[in-house]
Write a protein that binds this ligand. Structure first.
Ligand code: ADP
Ligand code: ADP
Length: 224
């Protein structure tokens, strides 16, 4: 079955629907873009998919597990990069990852091995012991990616992974995503069409909380 499934997801704030009856599914191994302008409902829908927010209606499933009812099983499969990266300014990449791994219940041997792996994969060695608050946006984003990857999840949900990065930092993060795309199922949000073309085969277009188009990137180019 699909690795990521939104089944009629809605989120209401009073009468306002940040997400409205959103349905789509992403099969194993696919890299799908969640494309839409600011305020379209991308972050809200991603929080519904990761279990950070409870839906007003609908069901979110990851790897077949209902994120509301089978939280532990779903969380094990999900690596989530939140919108603004890690907010723990006083921590170092090392202390943040140590803390995250312990919170996830990784054994100390496994955690040591995973920290080594993500530090290398996300090119964090030179900032390993520095305060996160003092790092450039590009490094902060890679710390967020390392945190999302720490438990070796099968699914990555990445909220605007290159937003606010300069061209060089953007290239590095895209390169990382491309290398991850060989083994993971990925949903990444963006408001930039070139981002979609650079890394994704599939695009889910969202506006005013609704999915308005869903298909291969080539199909969307014909439609816009
Ligand atoms: P995107 O990620 O596409 O920029 P968001 O999901 O962040 O969009 O927001 C979608 C809409 O929902 C926006 O109009 C936003 O202002 C609104 N919204 C998001 N969170 C809340 C909230 N907690 N309360 C009220 N409105 C919200
Ligand atoms: P809890 O209420 O269990 O302490 P949180 O409020 O921190 O959990 O997060 C709620 C849910 O969001 C978790 O059950 C998990 O599904 C998801 N979640 C939290 N952190 C991450 C993460 N780093 N990667 C993926 N999913 C996460």
């Amino acid at each position: 079955g699909p690795m990521i499934e939104a089944i009629g997801l809605s989120k209401f704030y009073g009468n306002f629907a940040a997400s409205r009856n959103v349905s789509f599914s992403v099969p194993r191994g696919q890299v799908a873009a969640f494309l839409g302008p600011n305020g379209a409902g991308k972050s809200t829908t991603m929080k519904l998919l990761t279990g950070f927010l409870a839906p007003s209606e609908g069901v979110a499933k990851i790897g077949g597990f209902d994120v509301a009812k089978q939280r532990i099983e779903a969380a094990r499969l999900i690596g989530y990069l939140p919108e603004n990266g890690p907010l723990y300014n006083e921590m170092t990449p090392q202390s943040l990852l140590q803390y995250s791994g312990e919170a996830r219940g990784l054994s100390s041997a496994k955690l040591r091995e995973r920290m080594e792996f993500v530090a290398d994969k996300c090119s964090l060695k030179e900032v390993w012991g520095k305060s996160i608050g003092k790092l450039s946006r590009g490094f902060r984003q890679r710390v967020g990616m390392a945190q999302a990857l720490l438990h070796d999840p099968e699914v990555l949900i990445l909220d605007e992974p290159t937003s606010g990065l300069d061209p060089n930092q953007t290239f590095q993060v895209r390169d990382l995503i491309l290398s991850l795309s060989k083994t993971k199922t990925i949903l990444l949000s963006t408001h930039i069409l070139t981002e979609v073309k650079a890394v994704c085969g599939r695009v889910i277009l969202i506006n005013q909380g609704r999915v308005i188009l869903d298909g291969p990137v080539s199909e969307m180019e014909g439609a816009t």
